[in-house]
Design a protein around this ligand. Sequence first.
Ligand code: MV4
Length: 449
Amino acid sequence: MIEKVLIANRGEIALRILRACRELGVATVAIHSTADENAMHVRLADESVCIGPPPASESYLNIPAILAACEITGADAVHPGYGFLSENARFAEILAEHGITFIGPSPEHIRLMGDKIMAKKTAAELGIPVVPGSDGAVETVEEARRLAKDMGYPVLIKATAGGGGRGMKVARSEQELENAYLTARSEARAAFGNDEVYIEKYLDRPRHIEVQVFGDGQGHAVHLGERDCSLQRRHQKVWEEAPSPALNAEQRAEIGEIVAAAMRKLGYAGAGTVEFLYEDGRFYFIEMNTRLQVEHPVTEQITGLDLVQEQIRVASGAPLSYRQEDIRFSGHAIEVRINAEDPETFVPSPGRVDTVHTPGGLGVRVDSALYGGYVIPPYYDSLIGKLIVFGRNRTECLMRLRRCLGEYVISGVKTTIPLFERLLREPEIQDGLYDIHWLEEWLAANAEE
Ligand code: MV4
């Protein structure tokens, strides 16, 4: 069994991991930059090590410094959280070379899913439905033109090294194709140092629905249902919910079983998320994330399972602690991301927080490392908290969310709380009738009247 976990992260996710360790009786080590000396994760951990100056490249991404912190404290495992080194296959390999357990999947699976063409090819071979498109890289404009003609316009040119929405170009007709293809390649070369691209049928108004999976690398894998993350701004999710308002139990079981079966065949170990676009009743694989995700709490709330504890157990070599038939979905959960940002312009608002009063009561969970008097440093992501509400059904959940937003007080910095109060008044949000473009269109339509 893992005895001491070094948490290679900060903020709310560092606390989330710390809490899972405490309940398992596992010791914790916090690492932090000089900008995070007063951070809550440092205060709550059993031990802490300062690993570098404020820029993440010199601290939370500094592999030699993190290895040294493991050596000094005797940590036998590292939990990377999300972001930072969580999907860095080389980091997972280096830890293994030093006899330290990486709490996550194998370096091979991380690397496989990090290559978008290989990921899609693997998904298709494993029986997961994928977006129609090229079999691999598209080397010439002529090839792109021929493929686009066969599948029909509109089409999307995507960078192999892309992801998270970067390096994509739509061509709505043959006239637009050459320019889209060449622009995608040159932008990919500039952004990723790799100009390889592939082509897909462009889906006009899909939802973003992702399936949570868990494997133990010993032939067992289960799905924990889906999350609907369609409400995004510039590829940043702002609101996530489970279950998706667009699916019924039968559809959930069908896509879930396809994904779980694929993970069994892969021998996947740990938590993973398989991302789909969903349009007209059909699923289309786009990517797989080989880490714990920001929005994992909504899945925890509707299943009653602790995903981080399970990650630690599986990384220790234990088999999955539940079978598919043990997993029951109940009720509805919504997470809203509270960022220290202007709720209209989304300009970051770091600085000193005066008062913090968090909502509470039945069905309410706040994952946050914030406290009154804390100074939010300007160097990192602006996420300062996640409000997760649970209800027996979506209506109860929405009413509870509205109640909680009214109770939440964070003074001294601007936050995105007012954005959610406005969203809750929208009929399409109330009815769950939104797709991946809804939020950006709503923001554009409601800007500075
Ligand atoms: C697409 C698409 C439409 N058709 N692929 C954007 C992020 C990247 N992970 C995949 N993305 C998309 N791929 C096809 N064939 C539309 C998007 C997309 C998107 C996807 C999920 C959530 C928000 C989005 C916003 C704009 C575009």
